[in-house]
Design a protein around this ligand. Sequence first.
Ligand code: NAD
Length: 484
Amino acid sequence: MMRLQNYIGGELVAPRGGRTLDNIEPATGEVYGSIPDSDAADVADAVAAAKAAYPGWSRMPASERSALMLRVAEIIDARCDELARAESKDNGKPVALARAVDIPRAAANFRFFATAILHVSSESHSTDTRAINITMRQPFGVAGLISPWNLPLYLFTWKIAPALAAGNTAVAKPSELTPATAFLLAEICREAGLPPGVLNIVHGLGAKAGAAIVEHPDVTAISFTGGTQTGAAIARTAAPMFKKLSLELGGKNPNIVFADADLDEALRTSKRAAFSNQGQICLCGSRLFVERAVYDEFVERFVAATRQIVIGDPQDERTEHGALVSAAHRDKVCGYIDLARQEGGTLRCGGQRPKGLPERVAGGYFVEPTVLTDLDVQCRVNQEEIFGPVVTITPFDDERQVIAHANSVPYGLAASVWTRDISRAHRVARDLQSGTVWVNCWMLRDLRVPFGGVKQSGVGREGGLEALRFFTEPKNVCIATPEL
Ligand code: NAD
């Protein structure tokens, strides 16, 4: 049994109340460890530790903060295999995916912000000959960081790294469904020599430990990634306390294939966009729109390719498609597949629990990659976030129509457009209501670019300088320059 602990003031500690939650392996459905069921008292300890560490950390020369964070990145890289196995076991994702994407990107997050902070400059403005305004960006104190289960270490560090690089200290909570790599990160921070209290990690339920972070008066800013409803609840608490808020929420992303596209590449990448991480990436292209001239061919080839996806034990190196994160989430996804039938959809492939799974994972939360067609653009399956291995394919006749279809959902996180016509790519990208538009690619990330959504996909932007802006406050010092 793996017994996880909180990381508070540099120590690994049990929750004050002594209560724990089961940690379940989604691929087997079995309990394999326990995590602290923390409450407001644990959060109060963590905030106190973060407050105590703040003066030292915020005044430490940026080069020293940077060196400590680079050491964290180095250790993540060195322990990549162990972290990938832990994340795969915790989350149900294929170990090969965790090793190739999640863990290297977590190290990259630390490396990117550790070096970015060395290049930040302040601004100054001369006010005629009367004054010089110096605008500094300063850290603000304790940041509250709350992350989801789908890309556990990657999204956790995507918040921690800029918060710490900017000179803040933090209280962070991973999802209670996937706590293992956050626990290992605590060990790594200790090994790297991060001063006690700079980063504090509190495990537990969202409504208890998470809510206590949001409610704590000494937590100045909240950076949250998760569901839209949770984001709304957090905003209701944080707004009247005038906390700084960054909310990265749900998506229902369109993936638009025009007839002039490189169809081989569009097919290959659209399959990845639909089913990577069992469709549990906020950026997954879950609504495919294909121009009518190539629709039949595309659907046929897409379904054939989907049937080739290797489903199996996530810990097996050959597995491409693992388990969903929990029984409740599996049931939600299957509920949408049933709803699709009621809404008149045609099930082209998948929709079942896979057959012939290895004995070890016979009790796991698996759902086959599923392709649906013939659904109305306005139906619930096409409007609501499913966040699983379910993609719908809809034909379209022209550019205007597909833009209207794409924009018809309440979300606006990411979109892909496949075409060889550069003018069309520009027009469509301009008109899509989306924080990111990929043209002839998907999930190609550059850590310098702003990342986030519009509409119900959130407010604020993460990534690069936007993140450093969020985690600092501008302060203007106006110095009079009287004529001598
Ligand atoms: P969730 O909202 O259920 O939980 C996210 C985190 O918030 C967890 O750590 C949870 O414990 C905590 N939480 C829950 N209730 C809380 C409360 N009342 N106060 C404070 N914290 C609380 O989301 P999830 O199911 O873990 O993640 C899936 C969702 O995340 C999907 O909607 C997905 O689209 C979204 N997501 C968005 C992005 C993005 O960048 N926009 C990235 C990944 C996932």
